[in-house]
Design a protein around this ligand. Structure first.
Ligand SMILES: [Zn+2]
Length: 394
């Protein structure tokens, strides 16, 4: 495939992209030529935080009346007990992957709940990962109830690593006590070191300003000189910290090299539920972290499940929300913001060969946009290319 007359993001160079055997190459077999007509052609998006095991389960029995994280968890527990099975999950997962791919995503990191004693969802997801060619998939073993709330949790997390999960998950704010939350962080590092995996946690997903597990997650990475990648999902409590503490902890996050994955759609929906007016916004401090050099990524988290009744699978919707809630609409940051779906996200996924250089993955989004802001403004994607094959558009 040759894509002619591409304008690159973010540098605005005009280039032709040649793709051979799935990768950007110096030559091409010239089967298909696409003229991008001097519009932006950007490397594809990555989705770093989604829960594919619970997508599309919303129905009359699964209505979250309070709109809280906690009611969502109990509804999901009910679903797991009564309805979850491999084939119905597979149908939902494939439907979601199709949506994501159509929106320009070719790398997906999914959380999979590993609190179910039979590990049904994890086993099925590992099978899907082995079979699927349409996207690159990573699985994070997510202990939905923490590691110490039930005696079997810890064993299930370790078993998940043995069964093929890629990342160790954790949720210290869901543990019963502060001490157990801290202990869960140390155990996540122990497991990641033992199985040579990365860490991706749900961290301080609460409005409680006393939830400060992020500092230990960061400090432990520094102390152990942990070489893997560590990501903190949500981090909504950072919104509620006082400014002095927030400033200190953001510097620590930057120093540790931890990635932060914000999920603005669901955070705006679930957070602030224990407030009266004026209501907090319940989204992490994206702008302040970007200013300090933290690698911030935008994720979607949910599609039609007990935690979020909407969701189109479009990462630009999540970015759009972040742009409104956080002070990001300066001309420079508006243009930069697409990095949180592209370069920053690919870095978390561990994709080294990303971009326009020779040898990069041949995954691109061809737009009708003359500048990056138009991509956000019009949700502009004409075609999606995966490894030199057109997967959306004609
Ligand atoms: Zn999540």
């Amino acid at each position: 495939m040759i894509i002619k007359n591409c304008v690159t993001y973010p540098n605005n160079k005009i280039i032709d992209i040649k793709i051979k055997d799935g990768f950007v190459s110096g030559d091409s077999d010239d089967d298909i030529t696409i003229d991008a007509e001097r519009n932006i052609v950007m490397p594809s998006f990555s989705e770093l935080h989604i829960h594919l095991d619970s997508v599309f389960i919303l129905d009359r029995d699964i209505e979250n009346k309070s709109g809280t994280l906690e009611e969502g968890i109990s509804l999901w527990d009910k679903y797991k007990k009564e309805k979850l099975n491999p084939s119905e999950m597979r149908n939902r997962v494939m439907k979601a992957i199709n949506l994501l791919e159509n929106n320009g995503i070719t790398r997906i990191r999914t959380n999979i709940d590993v609190s179910d004693p039979s590990l049904t969802a994890l086993r099925e997801m590992v099978k899907i990962k082995k079979e699927i060619k349409k996207v690159d998939l990573q699985i994070t073993a997510f202990p939905q109830h923490g590691l110490f709330t039930y005696p079997e949790n810890l064993e299930l997390l370790e078993k998940s690593m043995e069964l093929g999960a890629d990342n160790v998950g954790l949720a210290p704010h869901l543990e019963d006590t502060y001490e157990e939350g801290i202990k869960s962080i140390k155990i996540a590092y122990d497991l990641a070191e033992k199985y040579n995996k990365n860490i991706d946690g749900h961290i301080d997903e609460t409005d409680d300003p006393a939830s400060r597990f992020i500092e230990m997650l960061a400090k432990e990475k520094i102390t152990r000189n942990f070489n893997g990648s560590v990501s903190a999902g949500h981090l909504t409590a950072l919104h509620s910290y006082n400014n002095q503490y927030a400033s200190k902890v953001i510097k620590l996050i930057a120093r540790s090299g931890i990635n932060v994955i914000s999920n603005p759609l669901i955070n705006m929906h679930l957070q602030g539920r224990y407030n009266s007016y004026p209501r907090i916004r319940g989204i992490t401090r994206i702008r302040e972290m970007l200013d300090q050099g933290v690698n911030v990524v935008i994720g979607q988290d949910c599609i039609m499940d007990p935690w979020y009744p909407l969701g189109s699978g479009d990462p630009l919707d999540a970015l759009f929300m972040a742009l409104h809630v956080e002070p990001l609409m300066t001309p420079n940051l508006l243009e930069y913001s697409l990095n949180m779906l592209t370069y920053n996200a690919a870095k978390v996924f561990g994709t080294n060969n990303y971009g326009y250089e020779l040898g990069s993955q041949g995954d691109f989004i061809i737009t009708d946009a003359k500048n990056p802001v138009e991509i956000i403004q019009y949700r502009n994607r004409r075609k999606v290319v995966r490894g030199g094959i057109l997967i959306k558009g004609d």
